[in-house]
Design a protein around this ligand. Structure first.
Ligand SMILES: [Zn+2]
Length: 87
């Protein structure tokens, strides 16, 4: 009797953000703009593309964006916790 190994299929949880990046990278591939930063137009280093094949921004622009997003998050956290401070 043949028994199948008990494989558990873990659902691949992909962030919508990641899917969006892949889609953007693919459309840029079509346009021939793949490998160039979406923000500043600089060529994204091959090393970065190998680590992050769907990178659409260079390291500098990506970091600048992350900092901007973190600031928004910080503001949200400040707003919700400033009223009730733990002693
Ligand atoms: Zn850039």
């Amino acid at each position: 009797m043949l028994t199948m190994p008990d494989i558990e299929f873990a659902p691949i949880q992909m962030k919508a953000e990641t899917l969006d990046q892949i889609n953007q990278a693919l459309s840029r591939l079509d346009e021939g703009a793949y490998g160039y930063c979406l923000e500043c137009g600089e060529e994204i280093p091959e090393r970065r593309l190998r680590a992050l094949p769907f990178a659409i921004r260079c390291k500098d622009c990506e970091e600048a964006l992350e900092v901007a997003e973190e600031r928004v998050e910080d503001r949200r956290l400040d707003g919700s916790s400033s009223g009730e401070r733990q002693p």
